[in-house]
Design a protein around this ligand. Sequence first.
Ligand code: AMP
Length: 403
Amino acid sequence: MKTVDTINFAGKKALIRVDFNVPMDKQFNITDDARIRATIPTLKKILNDGGSCILMSHLGRPLKKLKEDGTIDYEKFTLKNTVKCISELLGADVKFAGDCIGTDAAQMASALQPGQILLLENLRFYKQEEKGDEAFASQLSKYGDVYVNDAFGTAHRAHASTAVIANFFPNAKCFGYVMAKEIANAEKLMKNAEHPFTAITGGAKVSDKLLILENLINKVDNLIIGGGMAYTFLKAQGYEIGSSLCEDDRLDLCLELIKKADAKGVKLMLPFDSIVADKFAADANAKVCDNKQIEQGWMGLDIGPKAIEDYCETIKQSKTILWNGPMGVFEMDKFEAGTKQVAIAVVEATKNGAFSLIGGGDSAAAVAKFGFENEVSYVSTGGGALLEYFEGKELPGIKAING
Ligand code: AMP
């Protein structure tokens, strides 16, 4: 893999696409600096070599979230609000260009000395960024000698700064450490998984996950299905699912998947029972119910005790585990048990030598809620990018460096 380790940055200006799309409170204080923190090793490597860093990122969606008067909310979406944090984490001054293109940015980039850092203003103030505009990418490319992509969160987008720009650096482009680690871990699952390989999928909607399920069927030994999406599979098989979540237009596809799994010898596991509730609320009445007999007016909001036992036994025997999507509405304590017990089983399997990767926002949030983030092999920061990787798609951000 072409990482920053393959390049000596002495005297070079590295133009680095980072993901500084960090959450902020109403006063624009950063509430979680994990994404900035994660890129520090890449920046330090370049600076220690004697190079300089020109950082470019997006923050939110400024052109989609306009102010009430229809203008861009510069105050909210400026990357200037991240300068202090980057500077503190790096232990160095960070210069800021108030526009990502134009003469000021070009002059600041040109004057940059080894060891110095320049942050460009939010790329998404320009529609050309998300459009993958070549002229815009070309303007950005002029600032640096080497292009580094360390923004895995946007690797599935063919934007100007994430993919198109790489064309201007045919012999001087590489991945930063964040990207390299994400790719290595995802590849470990898709290309070198030790068996038994179990994928645990859950979450609300089956329609979001069908492509992943289709692709995973070619890789895994066990496919565990929980969460709201399980009920569409159960209904497809003729079960009464009461008022549980269901996508009626996907019933046929669910049946097809069940058949495909069967034909390939993959054990597709659906929950035997559920915790059903009389409303979607933390104070709902709840009871255990066999999934063959969910009454009208009741909805499955978590997997039940038999399903937990069944799933955990399989998980504990696995050597490779991919987990995407919670088993129930884990945000409400009454319906968290399925997700929590599955998390405990994943931790136990990991202790016994399994490789476990947790990916996608909600499963990562669940693992964090229970305090297990350091007891699994890897928690991906990728979200959408990771999911597209597991759908079997070639990510533009990866292709642009490898190609
Ligand atoms: P996703 O973004 O598709 O991974 O879905 C995650 C969301 O699915 C979480 O917010 C869960 O609360 C929700 N969820 C999980 N199980 C259920 C269920 N049985 N019924 C409704 N929502 C669920």
